[in-house]
Design a protein around this ligand. Structure first.
Ligand SMILES: Nc1ncnc2c1ncn2[C@@H]1O[C@H](COP(=O)(O)OP(=O)(O)OP(=O)(O)O)[C@@H](O)[C@H]1O
Ligand SMILES: Nc1ncnc2c1ncn2[C@@H]1O[C@H](COP(=O)(O)OP(=O)(O)OP(=O)(O)O)[C@@H](O)[C@H]1O
Length: 477
């Protein structure tokens, strides 16, 4: 167990004018369990990184002090376990079991107890493979489970979790919540960052809300915080319990089919899936971790050749993965599960210009497209920032914006709403609804039930025993 004390704490990342987080005075006692909230970009991940001793002096400027049990985060590191927002970045070993064992070995855990602790931690998170499974061949949710097992095995005094269930299917999320609850028995101090408040509340006894411009907006027992500040927090973008999602489903029937996949397979990852999507339709692909959703998205987006089956789109005799890059970008816009995998420039604004430039737009047209997307996705202030330095929510919005920049008629989005606060979520979903109403087709892989309820015209449950409903051949009347 650990006590955390922040006094006047602030951090400004190198190369940024604005402070990521500032004026934070906070004391968290041994064994307390805190939900840290705040709008996208408010500095939640930065604060966790500071506590984990992951902000080296030369990477920015610090104000105030941080102490864990009276020590600096660098000195307390052995007592702290963190799971990042993007778990794939924290897996270091080639084999899954070794990845969990690595942390234990580093901390000098006696050799005889390492492997029992590894298998206990993997069981707790429902990791579905033998310990020899390659870490490079894990789906997003599987990687998240493994990263969690890695820190749970350490039994840290201070456990820092950044959206630990965002990539998990409902069964996985429940297991992880159980595992977090069990860590309570070890008197672990917990700081949890999670946009979706309802599921996180049973795990915590205190809520701290960071203010976007600095300082703490609210702090106290959950019921007190939401009773006193609920409405204002909602206005500022925080997901508050009881939030009802807007209904944005299309009143119109789907138009002509733009893409059809027949019995597509990818060896060991996806087997025999048939799916189609029509103009003006939002199709949600759901299903358990490892079902093959991201693999299917790559195939539909023309980014991965299927090993079996056919894909045809826009009446082209060639399948999308054989199209020229310029053709592909004007027809299909893809968003990957990990936004960083798709960034190719060092400025947010340049990133948005890549597609339009490739498709021959004039400089004036490019500027108009870029400015409009920055505005619509709340990224204008970050136009000059390096895409790799964005917060999780910002990076996700940039990746959606880049997919829209060439106005493709089909969007294939892998977890488009991941990491969004309430305000950016509504804006993003409303933007997709507008595109849908203009006749664009949208295929979205998602674990976000609110997204399905709000926007999906049809759901394709992959990996379940129910086959996807066939696409009715309807025309817009
Ligand atoms: N390495 C970095 N270099 C420069 N700026 C950064 C870096 N990491 C984060 N930032 C900036 O600091 C601010 C806070 O980011 P942080 O990731 O802490 O926010 P967050 O509250 O966790 O957001 P989200 O909910 O979107 O994940 C953001 O504006 C972000 O662009
Ligand atoms: N590069 C890879 N090489 C080999 N196997 C892989 C690779 N990537 C994923 N897999 C495996 O293929 C299957 C499907 O993975 P995929 O990422 O498509 O699942 P998913 O449904 O998107 O999962 P999640 O909900 O966890 O993101 C999983 O069993 C996964 O372990």
């Amino acid at each position: 167990m650990s006590t955390v004390v922040l006094r006047g704490f602030g951090w400004r990342h190198a190369g940024r004018r604005a402070w990521a987080v500032r004026d934070v005075d906070l004391r968290i006692e041994h064994g307390e369990r805190v939900l840290l909230l705040g709008p996208s970009g408010a500095g939640k991940s930065t604060l966790l990184a500071a506590l984990a001793g992951l902000l080296p002096d030369d990477s920015g400027e610090q104000a105030g002090t941080v102490e864990i049990d009276g020590r600096s985060p660098a000195d307390a590191r052995d007592h702290v376990g963190i799971v990042f927002q993007d778990p794939q970045t924290q897996l270091v070993m080639a084999r899954s079991g070794d990845d969990v064992a690595f942390g234990l070995e580093n901390r000098g855990v006696p050799a005889g107890t390492i492997w029992p602790r590894v298998s206990d931690a993997l069981d707790r998170v429902g990791f579905p493979y033998p310990i020899t499974r390659s870490t490079a061949a894990l789906s997003g949710g599987e990687a998240q489970r493994l990263a969690l097992a890695g820190v749970l095995a350490l039994r840290p005094g201070l456990l820092l979790l950044d959206e630990p269930t965002a990539n998990l299917d409902p069964v996985g999320a429940e297991l992880v919540r159980d595992a977090i609850t069990r860590a309570r028995a070890d008197d672990t101090t917990l700081i949890l960052v999670e946009h979706r408040v309802a599921e996180a509340l049973p795990l915590v006894d205190r809520v701290v809300v960071l203010e976007a411009g600095g300082g703490i907006r609210a702090d106290g027992a959950p019921e007190m915080v939401f009773a006193a500040y609920g409405d204002r927090l909602a206005d500022e973008g925080v997901w508050v319990p009881g939030f009802r999602v807007p209904a944005l489903k299309s009143p119109a029937a789907a138009g002509n089919e733009v893409l059809r996949a027949t019995e597509v397979s990818v060896a060991n990852r996806l087997s025999g899936v048939s799916i189609g999507v029509g103009e003006g339709e939002v199709l949600a692909v759901t299903g358990p971790n490892g079902a093959g959703k991201s693999t299917l998205a790559l195939v539909l987006g023309g980014l991965l050749a299927p090993s079996g089956g056919q894909v045809s789109a826009f009446g082209d005799p060639k399948p999308p993965h054989k199209w020229r890059a310029a053709t592909l970008t004007t027809r299909i816009g893809s968003v990957f599960q990990n936004p960083e995998h798709q960034f190719v420039t060092s400025r947010v604004a340049d990133e948005l210009a890549v597609g339009p430039r490739r498709t021959g737009r004039t400089p004036a047209q490019i500027k108009e497209i870029v400015d409009s997307l920055l505005d619509r996705l709340r990224l204008t202030k970050l136009a000059a920032a390096n895409p790799y330095t964005l917060s999780g929510g910002e990076a996700r919005r940039l990746s959606v914006a880049t997919a829209l920049a060439t106005a493709p008629r089909l969007l294939v989005l892998d977890e488009p709403t991941f990491g969004q606060d309430r305000r950016t979520w509504i804006e993003l979903v409303t933007l997709l609804a507008t595109l849908r109403d203009e006749g664009h087709a949208v295929v979205a892989v998602t674990h976000d039930d609110d997204f399905v309820q709000t926007l999906a015209d049809r759901t394709f449950p992959l990996g379940s025993s129910r086959p996807g409903e066939p696409l009715p051949r309807r025309r817009r009347s």
